[in-house]
Design a protein around this ligand. Structure first.
Ligand code: GDP
Length: 440
């Protein structure tokens, strides 16, 4: 996410390194570079200019601060301003209605249907929410089918009526259906067009007037850069929506939309989409996003994801196994599966401070896990429980069975042994917490 921008900002902020104090000259130099980095990331020209002016003003105003290195101070100022620009605090969605009605808007292909499913899935895991998805795209039967596929996938009911060509009537009927069936959140997926067009706007306005949603959300593809901002403006002028959903942030997006949208439409970004799967949804936290943009990682999100997957009982079992020296490859495999549940490797790496930069250019993919899994699957259960019995001929057989080389098998064994040693070391007192995290 935002690799290019992160790298350029990092370079810009390094200009100040080595300087003992902040002067007008080095501040001007730095802010010029920051502005260039923002423009390259497709941030709106006016916003980039205002942003750097604010940073400059703050930096010069704070030159009395001698406790910090100027470089660090500048990073802090840029981070604070970026956070402000993206909205300050995170904003949730209003679920106070019964049912709460959430109306989706956005262009075709922006990710509306996918996000509708993700949101339903997200709310469903909150236990007290029973969502209903409503298909209001009367022009494309395939869109209705797509919503049904999504609903089946996450176990959420879908209301649709292919006989009816009036989206307002369908939306109303959907809400009545939810009331009759005890569903307390109604998510209405609407028709999008390839470009902003009056008929689409009228239609969605009509639906909105008829159903009075608690939330009207605007979904936009972050890969479209400045266009995303312009489309947001067009939709907001008509709908005055409540929040923005930025999708496809997992792709190679330059970041401009994430940074500019908030201040152009003065509406918060509420969620971001980070993949095609139903769980690839994150609440948008401006400060965490600023950390990520500045290559400072997002440790909080990383820990949260680890906690979501954390299974206390499993952790205790593993601790016991390590103490008794019976930690084997089956346990190792389980741990890999736990890590994989946390997200893609690339995504996780981006959350580790500095990792983005350190690993730049490296091809981090999830195949590495696949290879390790293949090797372990080629071991017999007895071998998995007793890795020390793996002699040359067994290794050769395993390599052949998994389609990997003997060197790779050896490397995995070496890593496994090192991990065992490390875990044993950490078992004493202070390492316990870390242990739990690793096994979670
Ligand atoms: P709609 O026309 O607005 O309903 O858009 P869809 O929900 O059908 O999404 C269009 C395409 O974008 C589909 O192929 C989705 O799988 C994909 N998509 C949606 N959200 C994301 C996301 O956050 N990341 C990625 N990589 N793809 C997404």
């Amino acid at each position: 996410m935002f690799d290019n921008l992160s790298e350029k900002l990092d370079k810009a902020l390094h200009v100040l390194k080595g300087h003992g104090q902040i002067t007008e000259i080095n501040v001007a130099e730095t802010t010029k570079e920051v502005r260039r980095a923002l423009l390259d990331a497709d941030v709106n020209f006016k916003i980039a200019k205002e942003f750097t002016n604010k940073v400059k003003e703050k930096a010069l105003g704070q030159n009395v601060l001698t406790t910090l290195q100027p470089g660090q101070l500048m990073v802090k100022i840029v981070k604070d301003e970026l956070t402000q620009l993206m909205g300050g605090d995170a904003e949730g969605i209003d679920l106070s209605g019964n049912p709460s009605v959430i109306l989706m808007s956005g262009l075709q292909g922006s990710g509306k249907t996918t996000f509708s499913g993700k949101l339903a899935h997200y709310l469903k895991t909150k236990k007290t929410k029973y969502p209903l998805l409503v298909a209001c795209d009367v022009y494309r039967p395939a869109a209705i089918d797509q919503l049904h596929v999504v609903g089946d996938q996450i176990g959420v009911p879908v209301y649709s009526d292919k006989e009816n060509s009036d989206p307002v009537a369908i939306a109303k009927a959907g809400i009545a259906h939810a009331k009759a069936n005890g569903q307390n959140v109604v998510i209405i997926d609407t028709a999008g067009r390839l470009a902003v067009d009056e008929r689409m706007m009228t239609e969605i306005s009509d639906i909105r007037k008829a159903v009075e949603p608690q939330e009207t959300l605007f979904v936009v593809d972050s890969m479209t850069g400045q266009d995303a901002v312009n489309t947001a403006k067009a939709f907001n002028d008509v709908l005055n929506f409540d929040g923005v959903i930025l999708t496809k942030l997992d792709g190679d997006t330059r970041g401009g939309a994430a940074i500019s949208i908030r201040s152009v439409v003065e509406k918060p970004i509420k969620f971001i989409g980070t993949g095609e799967k139903m769980d690839a949804l994150d609440v948008f936290y401006p400060d965490r996003m600023a950390d990520r943009i500045l290559g400072m990682g997002d440790v909080i999100s990383l820990v949260e994801r680890a906690q979501e997957q954390f299974d206390e009982e499993e952790a205790r079992k593993i601790q016991k196994k390590i103490a008794k020296n019976t930690f084997g490859f089956d346990d190792f495999l389980k741990q890999i599966q736990q890590i994989k549940k946390m997200g893609s490797m690339k995504d996780l790496m981006g959350m580790i401070p500095g990792a983005g930069k350190a690993l730049k250019g490296m091809d981090i993919d999830d195949d590495a896990f696949k290879h390790v899994e293949a090797i372990i699957h080629s071991m017999t259960p007895v071998e998995r429980a007793n890795p020390s019995m793996l002699d040359a001929s067994r290794k050769k057989r395993i390599a052949k069975g998994s389609g990997r080389t003997v060197q790779e098998v050896n490397q995995l064994l070496k890593q496994f042994n090192q991990m065992g040693k490390m875990m044993k070391m950490m078992q004493g007192g202070g390492g316990k917490k870390m242990m739990q995290m690793m096994s979670g």
